[in-house]
Ligand binder design. Structure first.
Ligand code: SF4
Ligand code: SF4
Ligand code: FES
Length: 240
């Protein structure tokens, strides 16, 4: 018989407080299971976000004992030191209610970084073959599995200090597209990520890489953008 967990959950919005609940401990229990137990059995007004429960949609991220994590794939046994959990909304995002944050600005920054594929072919052109082992394709594939969870964004000190910083996720998406040989918008993309609040604001301390649940390395992607924007500037393709 496992002892119950003591679980403190953030209640409120920007202003609020932690409320503590007792939750039965189960084998293989995830942090999302714990939050769901409270919502279904103790307080149905608790607000939080999830969809897939299997690490695909990226919607369930929360701050768990001080660190941002995807809660559906985080086992309680790995994070609940002494049987205690403190669960709050992700940092660096406005809180809508309780554990649910407003992701609007996070997602708008993907657009600011020109993170949308710009095709160079039409449906009438022959299908282009891209070698999967080409250096550019490998670079594009390296971070393509980003699930937009916002964990890296919540972990980033630069976002905390500078709300205009595009952040590790949007810059990682930009780097993926910069390396996509089929895309035709790289000059505008490099100009966008070289501007104030872009890749050169990153100080490479790697919290994003340490905590990304997909084991991506945004720091390396951003370093690639720094090199590529510097080269584009020296060639006169983008402005300072
Ligand atoms: S390496 Fe850059 S993007 Fe990653 S957490 Fe640090 S400042 Fe943010
Ligand atoms: S880079 Fe990793 S931590 Fe950041 S949004 Fe994508 S999957 Fe999440
Ligand atoms: S609920 Fe989809 S990633 Fe956690």
């Amino acid at each position: 018989m496992l002892a119950d967990l003591s679980v403190s959950l953030w209640r409120g919005a920007k202003e609020g407080r932690y409320e503590t609940y007792s939750v039965p401990r189960r084998e293989s229990q995830t942090v999302l299971d714990v939050v769901t137990f409270v919502q279904r059995n103790i307080d149905p007004t608790l607000s939080y976000r999830f969809a897939c429960r299997v690490g695909v949609c990226g919607s369930c991220a929360m701050r768990v004992n001080g660190k941002p994590r995807w809660t559906c794939r985080t086992h309680v046994s790995k994070v609940a030191a002494g049987g205690r959990l403190e669960i709050g909304p992700l940092d660096n995002l406005p809180v809508i209610k309780d554990l649910a944050t407003d992701m609007s600005r996070f997602l708008e920054k993907w657009q600011d970084a020109k993170g949308v594929f710009a095709p160079t072919k039409t449906r009438h052109d022959p299908i282009e073959q891209i070698r999967p082992d080409s250096p550019a394709r490998r670079a594009a594939d390296a971070a393509i599995e980003c699930i937009n969870c916002g964990v890296c964004y919540a972990a980033c000190d630069t976002v905390r200090w500078n709300e205009d910083y595009l952040g590790p996720a949007a810059l990682t998406r930009a780097w993926t597209l910069v390396n996509d040989e089929r895309d035709g918008a790289n000059t505008a993309r490099l100009q966008a990520v070289a501007a104030a609040g872009g890749c050169h604001s990153c100080h490479s301390h790697q919290s994003c890489q340490e905590l990304c649940p997909q084991t991506l390395n945004p720091t390396a992607s951003i370093a690639g953008l720094k090199r590529r924007t510097a080269a584009a500037y020296l060639r006169g393709e983008i402005k300072a």
